[in-house]
Design a protein around this ligand. Structure first.
Ligand code: IVH
Length: 687
């Protein structure tokens, strides 16, 4: 055996270990799954050809990464396995043949084999243990044998059953934790808004969220779980995998409704294509289809090979990440004047389409990722998310490359770019006249979370601005059907439809109008908080930065920017014109906080889930009673309303001696029959 092979094996082991660490522990992979698989396959092949090189600590002998130390280790009674993957019909048929061959050899009677297909959700594998029907522990996969105890974080997932009726003394449910794509997009938007690094993909954001040291932080991430199997059971026998899934569904677990059974592999193949076709429409990321033999008796016969069960295989989709060369970083101007970098790429197939441009988010993110022209970069495209550059592969960097710098002049209007002292962003200061900023603002204004004007998309907005039909967002409300009909490709029906859409948008509630205004840093959540804090636009307009800063989620810099921006003539003129056009510039009477309600002047924190109310409903009830809902418990909190599986907020309230009420107590509070001083302990939460 040559030294060269030995060296290569060593090198591969180190490389793979590093990528495993990046993927599992840092949630920040550097290479695509496909590239990783290639490295792994090369190592497997070399080890097979040179058995004398096999080592116990080779990555081919392990699953995943050893657990992080911040969480207590949990040993899995039944190991959490990995899956072999196939990518072609031939490979799948070969797998079927192996399954049948093995069963024959074992003299097992396969009868008619039934196959089950389920989506392979790209999240984080989780083990959920229930003792006597109560949820007692949530654990990550870790290295397959020992995982991390993430019970406190899992408890914050509202949809997870905390108690199950008719359960055996012990049952361990297995599933996948994930962040729905829309929430992932919103989370990243908020993070970039706050100057935090964006997550590369939903999987990493879910993994990052479940490993938040602070459960309260995890609770802010709308995580979800699909359950797909059962690990340990005590005194319970299932005959088939589909029975397990049906049992889970019957007992309150979310199982995928499109789980199906098939009697032939041809049907299985068709089903894989069916999933691939739907991939982009799904609310969650899938990276393939899991195929399982249905009868559990056959699982025992087939057994496990190394780290992979022989009774299951993953049909892997083409990856949503790929590597390509970044030709150039170009700059655009954003809604609030920020210079926005994006990447011009050598065209590459990713997630089923060819991609040649991708977003680099913002100046700070670019700086952090250190992506340069000429670099090999990892590009990701998932669902309808804009393609993004995840990272560069600096080991392949051409010599003499330099970090890209923002331009000196605005690419849209030519004004000299400035970088305020307290900001990490370069901006075009031409707030009033930069056509690039105006376009971005119109685009934001009509978008779904804002005024939601369907039929006035990006292209249309660009065209209207170019021909001078509109000059700013307020002009949208003076458009007439007659003007639109004269345009190319705008028949009378589509003109009438657009006008009707615009009219409908006049009823959009104030918080969304405030969001649509596009004040610096004000995302949908902050707009909601500001609307609640001030009630109408005039109160916000006349508030000084210190007053604005009292709003939840608003820091001193953002407060100053909001104040300055609203004080600008141009902004305020637009506000006035939008008001004249009939837009809501105040919370409706119903949503307003009365000045003499039973909760006037009181601050309330909601935690856990109430049996009959959503969070929004409960918050609305507090507001209509005159109270204010805040997100975190402090000495200033008057009441904490605690529902099912309340977490750290409840603990903090108890520590600070804040009155904690249950659902009944909440009703009394709203009816004005209870206050902090005379709180009857009977209505306090009994735990
Ligand atoms: S079955 C022992 N079913 O894929 C078989 N796994 O590569 C593994 N996954 O760690 C569990 N969706 O995190 C199974 N419907 C599904 C799945 C699924 C996603 C993940 C799981 C596992 C990995 C295996």
């Amino acid at each position: 055996m040559s030294e060269r092979v030995k060296k290569r094996v060593e090198q591969l082991r180190q490389e793979i270990d590093r990528h495993i660490h990046l993927y599992h522990s840092e949630d920040d992979p550097e290479i695509s799954d496909e590239e990783y698989d290639r490295l792994f396959a090369e190592l497997q092949r070399l080890e097979a050809e040179h058995p004398e090189l096999l080592a116990e600590d080779s990555p081919t002998r392990r699953v995943g990464a050893p657990p992080k130390e911040a969480f207590a280790p949990v040993e899995h009674a039944v190991p959490m396995l990995s899956l072999a993957s196939v990518r072609t019909a031939e490979e799948l048929l070969a797998w079927e043949k192996r399954v049948r061959g093995r069963l024959e050899k074992a003299d097992a009677d396969p009868g008619e084999i039934t196959w089950v297909t389920e989506p392979k959700i790209d999240g984080l594998a989780i083990s959920l243990t229930y003792e006597k029907g109560r949820f007692v522990r949530g654990a990550t996969r870790g290295d397959g044998r020992v995982g991390e105890d993430v019970t406190r974080n899992i408890e914050t997932i509202a949809e997870l059953p905390k108690r199950i009726e008719g359960a055996p003394p012990l049952i361990e449910v297995r599933g996948e934790v994930y962040l729905p794509i829309p929430d992932f997009v919103e989370l990243n938007r908020r993070r970039t808004e706050q100057g935090l690094p964006a997550f590369a993909n939903p999987r990493n954001s879910a993994a990052g969220s479940i490993r938040q040291i602070d459960p309260a932080a995890a609770a802010k991430r709308p995580l979800a779980i699909w359950s797909y199997g059962i690990g340990v059971t005590d005194g319970f026998e299932f005959g088939t995998h589909s029975e397990e899934v049906a049992w889970l569904a019957d007992h309150g677990f979310r199982t995928n409704p499109d789980t199906a059974t098939h009697s032939t592999i041809k049907e299985v193949l068709e089903r894989c294509q069916w999933w691939l076709d739907r991939r982009d429409e799904l609310e969650f990321e899938i990276d393939g289809v899991v195929i399982k033999v249905d009868r559990l008796g056959l699982w025992k016969e087939l057994g496990v090979a190394g780290r992979e069960p022989r009774w299951s295989v993953a049909w892997k989709f083409p990856p949503t990440t790929a590597t390509t060369r970044l030709k150039e970083v170009v700059w655009n101007v954003g809604r609030t004047g920020h210079m926005v970098p994006f990447a011009m790429l050598e065209p590459v197939r990713v997630g089923g389409v060819t991609v040649s441009t991708a977003t680099l988010h913002n100046e700070e993110d670019l700086e952090r990722k250190d992506v340069r022209a000429g670099d090999e970069v990892v590009v990701m495209r998932a669902g309808d998310v804009i393609p993004q550059v995840v990272s560069a592969l600096p080991q392949k960097r051409p010599e003499g490359s330099v970090r890209p710098r923002p331009p000196e002049k605005c690419p849209a209007c030519g004004t000299a770019i400035v970088k305020p002292e307290d900001s990490v962003f370069s901006i075009c200061p031409n707030r009033t006249g930069c056509p690039g900023q105006i376009f971005q603002h119109v685009k934001h204004f009509v978008s779904r979370g804002a005024m939601d004007i369907e039929g006035l998309g990006e292209k249309q907005a660009m065209r209207f601005l170019e021909i001078g039909l509109i000059e700013d967002v307020a002009d949208i409300y003076s458009l007439r059907a007659g003007q639109l009909e004269e345009l190319d490709r705008m028949g009378s029906t589509s003109s009438a439809n657009l006008i009707a859409e615009i009219d409908r948008s006049r009823d959009v509630p104030f918080p969304r109008v405030l969001f649509a205004l596009g004040l610096p840093g004000v995302g949908a959540v902050t707009a909601e908080a500001l609307a609640e804090e001030f009630g109408d636009i005039d109160a916000l307009h006349s508030a000084d930065p210190e007053r604005i800063e009292q709003t939840e989620g608003v820091g001193p810099i953002m407060a100053r920017q909001i104040n300055e921006s609203l004080a600008e003539d141009r902004t305020w003129r637009i506000v006035e014109r939008l008001r004249e056009a009939g837009l809501n510039m105040a919370l409706s009477e119903e949503d307003r906080r009365p000045e003499d309600g039973p909760l006037t002047g009181k601050t309330v924190v909601l935690t856990g889930s109430l049996p009959d109310l959503t969070r929004d409903e409960a918050a609305g009830m507090v507001r209509r009673a005159g109270g204010k809902v805040t997100g975190s418990v402090s000495k200033k909190t008057d009441f904490v309303i605690a529902g099912e599986s309340a977490g750290s907020k409840l603990e903090k309230a108890e520590k600070l001696g804040v009155t904690v009420l249950n659902r009944d107590g909440f009703d009394r509070l709203l009816a004005g029959r209870l206050d902090a001083e005379t709180a009857d302990p009977a209505w306090r939460l009994s735990r």
